[in-house]
Each structure stands twice: as structure tokens, then as C-alpha cells.
Design a protein around this ligand. Structure first.
Ligand code: AVI
Length: 320
């Protein structure tokens, strides 16, 4: 039996992001940097999946536990016949923890990666034959509208994984404001947010003993070798991740192990020994701090669930 997924091509125009231009700009800055979005080529995505399974990386399993425990409460708040809209749906894995309890009338997965989106929504439709499954290929960070023809009685946005933490706080607020425009009045937004905690736990999560996060960080340089004209040597860099308490964020860097000159696309970049490329920020919040940010973007706090150790939070926000 072929189970239909209703596919919507949204033709959003993602901000023109060229790896080449952004890397050349980032490497020319006083503090060299590269956007974390460039981590996610095929191998980077596989490494990220492996990070989520590392014993030190608590966010994934903790969020999954919270969602499983809170599923009935979430269903009560969302009400019957909701339309669940997952932003950056990827493998549509975590949403499965909610479906039986919520019994939404429809599910819309929005993701920029068309093939991945089609494969995972088809699997979802096969596993939940009672669910009307929609897929929209779009960059939801651009202004987009919900697809026409989608019956959106009680929309609930779903943005798990604390991906909001990879935006700086002002960008996170702007992003929520964008969701505020996307979601109609009366919608809910279910969002996972990692919490501030002791430095040891935080730093261990980004420095797993198996070296998977280090490989994930260094893979960025392999990607540059594959996709750009450069001989940059990943062996000349090392992974570093630490908690910047003042900014309340984990910072990831690639540290040059020696003085070196690296040519990329014909431009030469000088590195001192110990100089770094800043590759990612992962902001951590208090429950109240995040609720205040959401409030500034037009969302009211309706409910929040955390685990018993207070490691991670899942917020149900209402679009005011
Ligand atoms: C995707 N994002 C929420 C992860 C995080 O924890 O910031 C990315 C990651 N980087 C290193 N480990 C995981």
C-alpha cells in the first residue's frame, strides 16, 4: 500500500548562502569564524546523530524523556484535532513521542532537505495510517506562509532539540517573531530549550570521551577541502569547547596547532599557534530567561516541563 504524503513545494528563497563567500568573510575577521550551519553535510549529519547517542550529551535523551512524560499534558493543552507543524523536521523522530497521546488530525513536516523530508514523512505516514501527513520543502527561517489547503484548525508548532540555542539571543528573538507571523492567532509552540547548569556537565557534553564532537567540529575542515579550493589540513587543528559563563553559552572552536598560512580559493589566511576559528555557540537559558525572551517576541508562557535534575526544558507557548 502506498501511503500518500501531501507534498507542498513552498519555493521559499533561502538567504543566498554560499559556503565560499561566507568562509572567506569569516576567515577574514579578527576572530575567525564559520557558521555552524556548515557542519551539516552528509558526514556532519551522521556525526551529529552519533553525538546525540553519547553518554555525555544529555540534551537528546533528556528532552525525549520529558516529551514522553508530558505527552498527555501537552495533548490536553493542544486539544483535539490539532495540526502539528514541525519546524526543521529532519527524521521526524521526536514527534513520534507525541502522536499517540495528541492524536492530531494532521502533521506538517517542514524541512529544507527535500529527499530527507520525503523519506521521513513517508515513513511517518506508513507508521501512523490514521494521520494526514503533509510535507513542505522550505526554509522556515525565511518568511513563509503555511501551505494552502492545509486544514489548520489548531496549529501547534514543534521545534525540539534546543536548536534555538544556536542563535544568539537577539537572533533567537527575531526567529520567534518570524514564527509569530507564520502561526495564526491561538496557535501553540512547543519548543525545547537547554538549561544553564554546572560547567562540568555542560563542558563534558561538548567534549565526549569518544571524540565524536571533536570529529564533528573538525569535519568542517574536511568539507572545506572537498568543496573549496584549499589544502587546509584538519590535522593542524584541534577541537575546543568550553562554557563561557558571562555569555551563558558553550563555544566551539578549532584551534590552530602551529603558525600556518592557509590558502582558500586563492586567498591566504595567517594563523598564529593557538589562534582559533569560532565554529558554534550553543546558548543555555534559565526557564524564566527564555520565557522573557519569548514574551518579547509575542508568545506567552503556558506551561513548562523539565526533568528532575533540571537539565533541559520543554515550553508550551501560546501565540498571543
Ligand atoms: C543542534 N544543536 C542544538 C546542537 C547543540 O547542542 O548546540 C549542536 C551540537 N554541537 C555540538 N554538539 C551538538
Amino acid at each position: 500500500m502506498t501511503l500518500a504524503v501531501r507534498f507542498h513545494d513552498m519555493h521559499t528563497t533561502p538567504a543566498k548562502t554560499s559556503l565560499r563567500d561566507e568562509i572567506l568573510t569569516g576567515f577574514s575577521a579578527d576572530q575567525k569564524f564559520a557558521s555552524p550551519k556548515f557542519f551539516y553535510d552528509q558526514r556532519g549529519s551522521e556525526l551529529f546523530d552519533r553525538i546525540c547517542e553519547q553518554p555525555e550529551y544529555y540534551p537528546t535523551r533528556t528532552e525525549e524523556r520529558i516529551l514522553a512524560n508530558a505527552a498527555d499534558d501537552i495533548a490536553d493543552i493542544a486539544g483535539d484535532e490539532a495540526t502539528l507543524i514541525e519546524l526543521g523536521s529532519g527524521a521526524s523522530r521526536k514527534v513520534r513521542l507525541l502522536l499517540e497521546a495528541m492524536r492530531p488530525s494532521s502533521y506538517l513536516g517542514i524541512d529544507i532537505s527535500r529527499d530527507f523530508l520525503l523519506e521521513s514523512t513517508r515513513r511517518l505516514a506508513a507508521d501512523y495510517p490514521w494521520l494526514e501527513v503533509h510535507a513542505a520543502c522550505a526554509d522556515f527561517s525565511c518568511n513563509m506562509a503555511l501551505p494552502e489547503g492545509l486544514c489548520c484548525e489548531r496549529p501547534v508548532g514543534f521545534f525540539p532539540g534546543s536548536s534555538i540555542g544556536n542563535f544568539d539571543p537577539q537572533a533567537a528573538e527575531d526567529f520567534l517573531r518570524g514564527l509569530h507571523s507564520l502561526l495564526p492567532v491561538g496557535s501553540g509552540l512547543l519548543i525545547g530549550v537547554d538549561l544553564i547548569k554546572d560547567k562540568t556537565t555542560l563542558e563534558a557534553a561538548y567534549n565526549d570521551a569518544a571524540g565524536v564532537t571533536a570529529a564533528f567540529n573538525l569535519n568542517l575542515l574536511d568539507r572545506l577541502r572537498e568543496e573549496l579550493n584549499t589544502e587546509i589540513d584538519p590535522g593542524h587543528f584541534a577541537h575546543r569547547a568550553f562554557f563561557n559563563e558571562a555569555q551563558s553559552r558553550i563555544e566551539m572552536h578549532l584551534v590552530s596547532q602551529l603558525p600556518q598560512v592557509v590558502a582558500i580559493e586563492g586567498e591566504r589566511f595567517h594563523f598564529l599557534e593557538g589562534e582559533t576559528i569560532h565554529t558554534e555557540n550553543s546558548y543555555k537559558y534559565t526557564v524564566e530567561g527564555f520565557q522573557a525572551l519569548a514574551d518579547r517576541a509575542g508568545f506567552e508562557a503556558i506551561s513548562c516541563w523539565t526533568d528532575t535534575q533540571g537539565l533541559f526544558s520543554v515550553h508550551y507557548l501560546g501565540r498571543a
